[in-house]
Each structure stands twice: as structure tokens, then as C-alpha cells.
Design a protein around this ligand. Structure first.
Ligand SMILES: Cc1ncc(COP(=O)(O)O)c(C=O)c1O
Length: 384
């Protein structure tokens, strides 16, 4: 126990006082502007910011602490009980919405967490909560309108409500669903889901309560919001400033940039190779810089010989294969300006730059979500 305390305080000291080779910088102002954008479009909605997956790579504790003080945010959304416990351990007091399942053996922990709302995801889940919860607990019921991942079927909704109502400790405060195809220009599938959602709302309002918390929309789904359909948004990627809509309709800006210091310089002669398998050879004599981050830290291996980083707005190419914890960049064009330990911008928070999260995701044939959540939790996050 004592040893654990020592380890914790030591970790705190190290992370507060020591300098680092890697840094994720998050612009608070941008996060606030992004929140304001959604708040101004949907003044009738409460905002629940999604903090799962280490707050989309931005840092669960850091973003949780920041949002705890923001009145415009009503809930912090996490996937797991573990994430909820980490937030409480960090001192975050805001109401939490837990999306994922909780094992029977862990249900008692919900009492400790306080101000937690659980999403009930299936009939099995409803039975478990109804039979086991012996303390007051707020719940929202999730209905599956087509995503086929979580939620009770529309035909099961009445039964789920009946089962949950048997336990007077359970306060059924809201109804939720999730859209599968909201970012598609073809709205057909989403409109089908919305139709089922309307039916689910009718059932819920007649059997549980007229006034409740109703949410179907994540970032892209806001296109379908209206006061009769929802009064809470579960805001993830849009809050972090990434517009994934095909018509670029969201006026948001990325908050995150990722920085690494140059830790080594290597002179390279024409014809010499770099890194594993010498997958790149120099055409001319020049200089290589080494960055202390690789695919463990989140830099996709697919950017080997493809990616670009920046030194003071000057693009520099990634050369050779990205290693687990190291990446080589060609610094010949900037050799007279870069010094050891200077900061290099690995991911930019400017959408147009070649190393923006969006552009990197495109180059790697993946989603901006994946690029963000793969940023290693060990990298220091600083809110600026
Ligand atoms: C149930 C649920 N709601 C909301 C979100 C947030 O989605 P987005 O990041 O697209 O806003 C997610 C993301 O995975 C989710 O699973």
C-alpha cells in the first residue's frame, strides 16, 4: 500500500516537473469554440462529451478535469466502469454516462462512483440491474433502431421497461439509440432509424415519463436533430474539432497537435540506406534527424516513406520504415536551422497541413478516430 502511494506520488512528480521528448498539446480555446458551435446550433440540447478511448487520445484525466468546470457540459460519457473510476479518482465530479456493460461482480462499484447514469443495453442487462441494484441509480434505456450492436429491440422495449420498473431503486430517466449511417449523404437508412426512434419515444413517454432525456445523436447525427426528437447530444469527434461530414458542414477546428524533439542527427551519403530493410536510400548526401516516436506512440507504420512532419512550417519527409519507438526524417533542407532537441510537429491542428489528423487518416486509409485513439497514453498531454 505504502509502496503504491510512493509510486503514485513519484509518477506525479515526474509528470509535473520533468521535461519530455514528446508532447501532445491541446488548445483549450478551440475545445470551447467547438462546444459553442454545437451549443449555438442546438440551444435546446444538453451536451454530453464523449471521453472514451482516453478522450479520443486527448487524455481522459486532462479533458475530464477541464470539462468538469464547464457549465455547458452536462455529462461526461465513458465506455467502461474503469474509465469512470479513473475520472472519479482524478477528482472529476460531473455526472457520468456509462455506455458499456458492467459485470455483475462490479455492480457495487457504481454506488461508489456517485452521479453515474448507466445505459441499459439489453434485456439481459435490464434483468441484471433490476434484480441486483440495491441503491438509487439513474439509468437510460437504449433501444436498437438498426445499428444492431447494443440496445433492446423495439418489440422488447415494453418488457424492458416493465422489468426495470420492478426495482424502485432504478430511476429510468432517459431513452437512447445510436445511428449507424448518419454521415452518409444518402439519408435513407437514417430516416428509417429515426422512424423507429419516434415509435420508441412514444412507447417510453406513455409508459415511463413524458419529460425525459432523449438522445440518438453523436456528431454526424446532429443533422437530424429537432426539439421533438432529442434534447441531448453525445458529442465525440466534433468536440475534438474534426469534421467527418462529407459536406464539411461543421465549423469546428482540431484542438490537438503532437510534437517530438529531434534526438539525433545522422549524416548520410548518397546510396546509403536508412532503418529496417533500408527501405529508403539517399539520392544525395544529406542529413537525417531521429524522432523518439514510432508506431507504439501512435504514428502509423503505413506512413513509412510517405508521411510529412513540420519544422516551423517547413515540411520534412519521413524516410525509411517507422520503428516501434523511432522515426527518421530527412532534415537536409533545414539542417542549418534545426538544433538537437528542437520540437518537430508530428501531427498538426491545422486541417490544410499534410500532417493534420484528417490527412494522415486519408493517407493510411483509416479514420481520424483511429489516428487519435492510437496516441499512446504515456505521452504527456498539455492543455494550452
Ligand atoms: C454510443 C455512442 N455515442 C456517441 C459517440 C460519439 O460519436 P462521434 O465521435 O461520432 O461524435 C460514440 C462513438 O463511438 C458512440 O459509440
Amino acid at each position: 500500500m505504502r509502496f503504491l502511494q510512493f509510486l503514485r506520488s513519484w509518477k506525479r512528480k515526474v509528470s509535473k516537473t520533468s521535461d519530455t521528448f514528446l508532447e501532445i498539446r491541446i488548445k483549450k480555446e478551440r475545445l470551447v469554440e467547438n462546444l459553442n458551435f454545437f451549443k449555438s446550433l442546438f440551444p435546446y440540447c444538453q451536451i454530453a462529451v464523449v471521453l472514451k478511448s482516453n478522450a479520443y487520445g486527448h487524455g481522459l484525466k486532462e479533458i475530464g478535469t477541464f470539462l468538469d468546470k464547464r457549465e455547458e457540459v452536462s455529462y461526461l460519457v465513458v465506455d467502461s466502469l474503469l474509465e469512470a473510476l479513473i475520472l472519479r479518482d482524478t477528482g472529476v465530479k460531473k455526472r457520468l454516462l456509462i455506455l458499456g456493460n458492467v459485470l455483475e461482480n462490479n455492480l457495487f462499484l457504481l454506488k461508489k462512483i456517485k452521479k453515474a447514469t448507466l445505459l441499459i443495453n439489453s434485456l439481459i442487462n435490464a434483468k441484471l440491474f433490476s434484480s441486483k441494484i440495491n441503491f438509487p441509480l439513474s439509468i437510460h434505456l437504449k433501444v436498437d433502431t438498426g445499428m444492431r450492436r447494443q440496445g433492446v429491440k423495439l418489440e422488447e422495449l415494453e418488457e424492458a421497461i416493465r422489468i426495470l420498473s420492478l426495482n424502485k431503486n432504478l430511476k429510468i430517466e432517459g431513452l437512447a439509440t445510436h445511428l449507424a449511417d448518419a454521415d452518409n449523404v444518402d439519408e435513407k437508412e437514417t430516416l428509417k432509424q429515426i422512424q423507429l426512434w419516434k415509435e420508441a419515444l412514444k412507447i417510453f413517454k406513455s409508459l415511463v415519463r413524458e419529460e425525459g432525456i432523449f438522445h440518438f445523436s453523436a456528431t454526424a447525427g446532429t443533422k437530424f436533430l429537432s426539439p421533438s426528437l432529442g434534447n441531448l447530444i453525445r458529442l465525440g469527434i466534433g468536440f475534438y474539432g474534426i469534421d467527418t461530414t462529407l459536406d464539411s458542414r461543421l465549423k469546428v477546428k482540431p484542438a490537438l497537435s503532437f510534437w517530438a524533439r529531434v534526438i539525433n542527427f545522422k549524416e548520410i551519403k548518397r546510396g546509403e540506406g536508412i532503418g529496417y530493410n533500408f527501405s529508403w536510400r539517399a539520392d544525395e548526401n544529406g542529413w537525417i534527424g531521429i524522432l523518439p516516436c514510432g508506431y507504439y506512440e501512435g504514428l502509423p507504420w503505413a506512413l513509412s516513406n510517405k508521411g510529412v512532419v513540420y519544422f516551423e512550417n517547413q515540411p520534412l519527409k519521413i524516410r525509411g520504415r517507422i520503428s516501434m519507438n523511432m522515426t527518421a526524417i530527412e532534415i537536409t533542407p533545414a539542417i542549418n536551422q534545426i538544433k538537437e532537441n528542437d520540437w518537430i510537429e508530428v501531427y498538426s491542428d491545422e486541417v490544410e497541413k499534410l500532417n493534420s489528423v484528417q490527412k494522415i487518416a486519408q493517407a493510411c486509409n483509416t479514420l481520424p478516430y483511429e489516428i487519435l485513439v492510437r496516441l499512446a497514453p504515456t505521452i504527456r498531454r498539455v492543455l494550452i
